[in-house]
Structures are given as C-alpha cells and as structure tokens.
Design a protein around this ligand. Structure first.
Ligand code: MOS
Length: 738
C-alpha cells in the first residue's frame, strides 16, 4: 500500500481535545445521573430511605424500582439472545454486589454524587455464592452451549498410554478488568419520540437494537453516536445498566441525561474477564512428539450471562497432535458478570497451553523452540483444512534471531547478570482471523474530495486512518482529501468492532465501494465528449493523485473537472462485504512467536521484563505504525497479565477489594523493558481481497506464557497461578523442589 506507515488522521483532534468521546458532548439543560450500587451480594431491597438524599440542592429525581419507567421488554429477547441481563430498575432484586439499584439525577455531577451517596437501602439478604474455589466442584456446562464447550478427536487414552512422559498441571488466571482509558459513559436525549444516544461503543447498531427492544420504540427513531471510543477491549461490546437508565431518565425528566461511570463503577456495572482454572494434560514421546493434549477448563460466570471464553480452543490446532480434547464448564457466582476481554479464550488459553508445552520441553530435555518446530501443524486438524496462510516458522526463526535464542542454556537458573538471575522464555501467539458482513458508503464530491462512511467504530485502533488509506489507494486521491466518518447509526450498518475483524470486514466494504465509485466516474469521463478520456477503454484508466489517467498515452483529467461538468453532482456507491469462500476452503488464523527475558532478584524475588521480542504474521498490515502500536500494547498487556493484574475477590462480600487503578495493577512504563515488535507483512490474499487478517488481539496471546516460562528459566520455580507475584515466588523458594 502506497501510504503506510502513517500518523493517525485523527491524531491532532485527539491530542488537542477536539475529538468528542462519550462524555464530552455538551447539551443544553444536561442533567447528570449517578448510580446507586448495591452493597450486598444477593437478596432484595426492602425499603429505600431517600430523606437525606432528597434534601440535596440541585437534585432533580431519584429513580428506584418504585418509580422507574416500566419497560415493555427486558432481559432475554430473541434478538438479544447473547446480551447479558442487566439491571434496569424493573424489580427490587439484588443479584450481585455493585449492581445498580437506583439512580440520582441532578443539575450537577456533584449534586448527583452527593444524593446517590445519601440513598440508604434496607435489604433482605440471601446467601450468595461468591467463592470460586468452592463453586468449582459444582461447575457445569454452560447453558448457552456452543461448539467450543466440549471437543474431542482421536483416541485419547490410547495416545496417552503410548506416551513416555505426561505433564499434568493446573493453571489459573484471575478475574481481569478491561480498563479502557475512557470509562463507560452515555448521554441520552429524547426530543419528542426520537432518541439520540451518545455512546462510546464497539457496536452502535446493536446498541440501537437493544434500546429499541427494551423501550418498545422503532429503531428508526433512535440515532446512536460514538465517533470516538477510548478503548473497549470487549467491555464496550454490550450494553450495561447505565445506558438504558440514561435513556429512561431522559424520557422521565424530558431533558438530556448523562451518566459517566467512574473506574470503580465500571468494575461492577459493566463486566470483566472470567477467572479460569485450566487442567492441562499432555502426553509426549521422549523425542518430544506431542501425542495427546487436553485442557479441561472451569470459568467463572454469573446468572446474568453464561458466556464462555473458550480457553481450550487454542489447543485444538496449535500443534500437530492426533488426540485432543477439551471441555468448558462454568462456576456460577453471585458476582458482577463476566464477559469477553481482548483475545477471549486465546489470552488465557495460550498461557496454559504454552506453559504446559514448556514443561514438556524440560521433561524431555529438548529446547522449547525446537520442541515446537517438531510439532509444527501444517494443517488445521480440527477440520483438516489448510491454513489460508501460516508463516509461523518464519516468525520462530526471525524472532529467535532477533532475540539471540541460540545462546540460551537449557538448564533453569543458569544465567546471571550482576546479582540478577536471568531467564529466557518463549511461546507461540495465535488468534483466529474473522470476517463478517458490514457495509460502507464512498462519495466523491464535485471538488474532487472523497467521503467514506460506515457505522463502524474508532476504538483506538486507527480505524479512521486505515479506512482513509484503503479509500486513498483505490481512488487515487490523497489521504488528506478524504473525510472518514464512523460511529453514527445513520451510516451504512457495520458489525461489532471486536474479534480483530474491522479491517478485514469494514476495510473490504470500503475497498468495494471505492472501486464502484471509481468505475462510475470513469464511465462518466468515457461517455463525455468534453473529456480527454472520451471513448477510451475503462479498463485502461488508472487513478493517481486525484486524476484519471489513460495508460496508453497519458491522457488525463481530474475527478473535480469530470464531476464539475455534471452540474455539481456527487457520485456515490454503497457496498456490503461478507465472508467469502475462504470459510469453506481454509482455516484462517494469525500466528506469532514471542520471546521474553526476565531478571529476577534472588533475595527479593522482584521480576522485571528486560526485553521482549515478538514477530507476527497477521497478513498484510495496512498501517504499520498503528499496527505495531496495537501489537505492542497487547504484549504489554500480556506482561501485565503475567506479573501484575488480578481482581482480589473477598468471598464474604462478593466484591473485589482492589477496585481502582491504584490497587489493580497495570504495567507502568518502568515495568516494561525493551520492546522489539515486528510483522512479516505478507498479504494473505486467500483470506480476503485486502490480504489483512487483523491484529488487535494477537499481541496479548502467548505473551504471558513467554514471561512465565522466562521466570521458570530464571528461577527454577514454576508458578501456575497468575499473576506471578513476589509472595508466590518467595513461598515456593522456601520449599523449593521445582
Ligand atoms: Mo474483543 S473481546 O473481540 O472486543
């Protein structure tokens, strides 16, 4: 592509504050809503005492189940079957701690906060199940079922009996929070029977459907706007209580209402990545051939939704292995709901699998990279299909070279630098490549400028820039002459911005629409006796720098001049792109190889990631600058997952005790060493016409395992419970075997 890598077209708007995120919109007579959250885990609200709250100056209304607008529909609905059930003040039930039980609305944020804090709820408590460990025994298959829940191929018992070594281990990961920079926020504004909703979302079309169903209004009466989203990671892929409550409050009070959650509220009003326990069993020969792999997964879920992150699925195809089985069960807790988070399944699943494969490497005495090469999967054994493109071998080779892996001694605790133990670990990264149906419109106006529109989303990934690049390439119009709009349901519909599918999906729709518009303008020129291109062969006309150019003799004319003669017409085309035959023919996944160096203090057991190398094959990368940023961010998150992140649940109260960013630890700059992230950038044209497989979720996969494996290599201690914190290392070092 001609124009990569590029700075973001919306970069200046973002850094100057001109870009409007969810809470930024200023409306006349805006009122502020602050939720009242439950302090018990289960039961009913018997009575509210609103006396003190009502005395707050500037208070407009306190909405509780007794005065809330009755909604014609709520919860489960055929159109919303995968949506979580969320509290909408339709009953007095409390299903978890931190659930919305009321809403204070006031003239100012401060008054609403004060009033919300003064609402007193009297509860009738019931016994709640909040202890994951205790619920594991009664875990069961998810009611939602799904292909991923259970899987088996080959004769597992026979394969295991032929194995020379068996590694069986339990890996666990905690509840993790999405923590986008922008906490969730909604502004709802009814004007008569029409609603405008300002909602930073990963799926505005779905937001419109949910609100239409719940409030019993036609979708046509609802416009959802979310032109900028400050990160989502899955957490903005569904609707949570604050959104319908802003809609309800605006309707009841006949004025616009904003609800902007703070970080603490985000942790319970929205949802989090489920805690996992993964029991991995691998059988291998002495030569390191993997004969049998299984992963039995228990995930945390809630009565609100039993969605699974299919952690086991990654083990189905990552290595050549004839006997393979997985199961997924859910442990239902009366706590805030769990939901998908960046690389759902692969993030936690690759941690467990790639840790276990590392354990096999030590058991058979084979270098971990060599072991992976010996079990390289040339095809996807789950469906016997070839990969559309799999350049993992190149990722391994290049990554190993950049890292210096060949100098690695095999034995744990065999490298030192100063007073530090040094450890080198590696893992494989992988994430599926998805496409879905989405549409886009492209217009060329008489001044020769172009407009690109789609109801997709800029979630921080660089959507505006990439769509502009794709249109620029097709139209031969420079990027600064292209205006891209997203985040508006008036634009052609687009799918969820998740599953790393936006470029492959919406990018392809933009490419198609741009091709169609270009053909229309070419035809106008060919038909126009006044054009130097009159009666030339359309197939021989190319575009470049705002001009149509005839290959043969260089005859040319500008878009603006062609359209100028047509009485100021704007030319437009809309296109829908859908998955094609690649689904039947190929297995479509991205791959990468990641390597980490850690330094561990032998006395204090502090762990530092000194270096991290990642080499990825994600097909073509439309914008290397934004793409490498995403992969780097993902890898940093994987490092955080290995060493820092985790909600600490207090099972007595059913809520975590570290509910903000001072207690819930994310990596800071000083935690991250040298990051060396690169891509092969080879187009996968069997996957889609752009050759791009997407990359938003790849970066987090494999990264935590590489760090955990490096910690083992440094210390000889295998911590199988993330995050790997000082206390766990010290405890294991004092009764250290391996
Ligand atoms: Mo993602 S968890 O597909 O937003």
């Amino acid at each position: 592509m001609t124009v990569q890598p590029r700075w973001r077209v919306d970069g200046i708007a973002k850094v100057t504050g001109a870009a409007q995120f969810g809470a930024d919109f200023m409306l006349e007579r805006l009122a502020y809503g602050v939720p009242v959250l439950s302090t018990i885990a289960k039961g009913r609200v018997r009575r509210f005492d609103l006396h003190d709250a009502r005395s707050v100056r500037g208070l407009i209304e306190i909405i509780t189940p007794s005065n809330a607008l009755r909604l014609p529909n709520q919860g489960i609905h055929p159109e919303l079957k995968d949506a979580p059930r969320i509290a909408m003040l339709q009953d007095d039930g409390v299903y978890y701690s931190g659930q919305v039980i009321g809403l204070a609305v006031a003239e100012s944020l401060e008054a609403a906060q004060e009033a919300a804090s003064l609402v007193k709820a009297e509860y009738r408590s019931e016994d709640a199940l909040c202890d994951f460990e205790a619920q594991v025994a009664s875990a069961r298959p998810p009611q939602s079922g799904g292909d991923a829940a259970a899987y088996a191929r080959g004769d597992f018992a026979a394969a295991l009996s032929r194995s020379d070594v068996e590694v069986q281990a339990m890996y666990s990961t905690p509840v993790q929070h999405h923590n986008p920079m922008e906490p969730h926020a909604t502004i709802a504004h009814w004007e008569g029977d029409r609603l405008t909703l300002y909602e930073p979302s990963q799926w505005i079309v779905f937001v419109r459907t949910c609100i239409a169903v719940w409030f019993g209004v036609p979708e046509a009466n609802i416009r959802v706007l979310g032109p900028f989203v400050g990160g989502g990671f899955g957490g903005k892929g569904a609707l949570w209580s604050h959104s319908p409550l802003a809609v309800m409050a605006s309707k009841m009070l006949q004025r616009p209402v904003k609800i902007a959650l703070n970080r603490r509220e985000v942790y319970t009003v929205t949802a989090s990545r489920p805690r996992t326990q993964q029991k991995v069993l691998i059988g291998a020969t002495k030569a390191g051939e993997l004969l049998a792999i299984r992963n039995d997964v228990v995930l945390q879920a809630s009565p609100q939704i039993e969605l699974i992150e299919d952690s086991g699925t990654v083990s189905h195809h990552l290595y050549k292995c004839d006997a393979n089985a997985t199961s997924h069960r859910v442990a239902i807790l009366d706590t805030s709901p769990t939901w998908v988070m960046r690389a759902p399944g692969e993030a936690t699943g690759s941690y467990a699998l790639e840790s276990a494969v590392d354990e096999v490497a030590y058991r058979v005495g084979i270098d971990p990279l060599e072991l992976r090469l010996r079990n390289y999967a040339e095809k996807d054994q789950t469906n016997e299909k070839p990969y559309s493109q799999k350049l993992l071998r190149d990722c391994y080779t290049l990554g190993a070279k950049r890292f210096g892996w060949e100098h690695r001694p095999h034995a744990p605790r065999s490298m030192r630098k100063g007073n530090q133990w040094i450890g080198w670990g590696m893992a494989t990264a992988t994430y599926p490549a998805y496409r879905a149906a989405s549409s886009a419109v492209v217009r060329i106006s008489p001044d020769g400028k172009a407009f690109v529109g789609s109801a997709t989303h800029e979630i921080g990934t660089g959507t505006y820039t990439v769509l502009a690049q794709i249109a620029a390439e097709e139209l031969g119009i420079s990027i600064d002459q292209i205006d891209v709009r997203t985040g508006d349901t008036e634009l052609p519909p687009a799918i969820y911005s998740g599953g790393s599918l936006t470029v492959a999906t919406v990018g392809t729709a933009v490419q198609l629409a741009a091709q169609r518009v270009k053909q229309l303008v070419i035809q106008m020129a060919v038909d126009d006796p006044a054009s130097p291109l009159h009666q030339s062969e359309p197939a021989q006309i190319k575009v470049s720098e705002g001009e149509l150019i005839l290959d043969r003799n260089g005859a040319r004319e500008r878009y603006a001049d062609i359209l100028g003669r047509q009485g100021g017409r704007t030319v437009e085309a809309t296109a829908e792109a859908k998955p094609g035959q690649e689904i039947e023919r190929y297995s479509t996944h991205s791959f990468g190889a990641v390597f980490a160096e850690v330094g561990v203090d032998p006395d204090l057991f502090t762990v530092r990631v000194r270096r991290f190398v990642g080499v990825y094959d994600v097909g073509r990368v439309i914008n290397k600058k934004a793409g490498i940023n995403q992969l780097t961010g993902g890898a940093v998150w994987g490092i955080g997952m290995a060493l820092f992140e985790g909600a600490q649940m207090d099972p007595r109260y059913g809520r975590s005790v570290n509910m903000d960013l001072s207690e819930y630890h994310l990596p800071a700059h000083a935690d991250i060493g040298e990051m060396d992230i690169s891509v092969l950038d080879v187009p996968d044209l069997k996957f889609n016409p752009l050759g791009a497989r997407g990359m938003g979720e790849m970066g987090i996969t494999g990264a935590a395992a590489a760090v955990a494996n490096a910690v083992f290599h440094a210390t000889g201690i295998r911590i199988r419970d993330l995050p790997i914190t000082i206390d766990k290392l010290i405890e294991r070092s004092s009764n250290h075997s391996q």
